[in-house]
Design a binder for this molecule. Sequence first.
Ligand code: PSV
Ligand code: MN
Length: 429
Amino acid sequence: MPTMEPEVIERENRPRLELHERGLDYVGASVASRGIDPEGVISALGDFNVALPSWALGTGGTRFGRFPIGGEPRNPEEKVDDAAAVNALTTVNSTISLHIPWDYPDDPVGLRAHAESRGIGFDAVNSNTFQDDPRTTDGGRVSYKFGSLAHSDPAIRETALAHNYEVISIGEALGSKALTVWLADGMNHPGQAAFRAQFERVAECLGDIHDHLPSDWSLLVEHKPYEPAFYASVNTDWGSSLLLAQEAGPRTGCIVDLGHHLPNTNIEQVVSRLAMVNRLGGFHFNDSKYGDDDLTTGSIKPFQLFLIMMELLEIGGGSPPELAYMIDQSHNLKDPLEDLLQSAEALQVAMARALVVDREALTGAQMDNDPALAAEILMAGFRTDVRPLVAEVRRRRGGALDPVATYRAAGYRARATEERGAEARSTGL
Ligand code: PSV
Ligand code: MN
């Protein structure tokens, strides 16, 4: 199995170290001048772990095609290996989120042991009732074409519930602590179904799932305005998601996927509102230009990402709160591992920028109704080149100063391709 050897990381770090240390001194001094301890920033960043999605370790595609890259992981074990390679470089992606049945583990206990040996744990497990698969559709006897938890036929709702229960038991064997439910249920045509009846069926089923959870688990519900339901999704927006979470039970939180909002939605405000009522469950990070584009995190709207991090620090009292953080992207052109490395860096950079904002001064400017000063303080954080702080987190934990360059120098993709084959295909959409 291909691995990311510490010696290679160390070798690649060596020539970069001097410049890194100079940058670190500079940013440390500039942050300290704002009364912020750079060591506190480094430590908070180290605690900000973001899970990797099993389905994004291979190439993604669109309905117009897919262009596999070679050496893609062929099973959950190989996906864990690739996650471990990413984590060896970044040190802040030590968990993986499995999608069932895309990543149906034949031996969950064995998979867990394999993951543990690679330093990888299991984040939320995801059920899938948006596709027909004999393993989720009662051996192919039912279809989710017209919905799953919202379906008018109780037998189909039961089948979808049984699938969710099975995913929970797989997750228990893996050591997961949450189930994420994203539903494709809705309508493609006006008049196709009744809004209220669909919503009530989903709410009731989510309540059943909630009550089925092990006592230390939580349920995460994820909204999305459209696709594949192009007229109306049942869980269409954060308001619907909040209502569903409230109806389902106290251990239900809402997932905010950055691509699942109508254009120009103020996502940081959504984050604040959900947190205010204790229903912010976590994030699916990606970026979006037009819709659910699943592009590299921070590549289109880095300022939005920074403002979301500002809200997270507000919620966490100055450090990232404990939520389910995950990357959810589709890597159509880039090597998926390089795209994940870039996304991990973007998340750390956005969080670091928020951590170096002088929050006390910002609150003062807000209370004094001084928007110009508030902007100066906010932008001082956003404009700080925090990359040495982020790189220092990695360096101290044996990670790479330059993850993408190190990944390339290690020849990981070539080794994976040699081992798994140029035609190896990963499961996922
Ligand atoms: C739906 O678009 C989504 O964001 C959900 O999280 C799915 O589980 C994931 O993408 C994978 O398709
Ligand atoms: Mn998502």
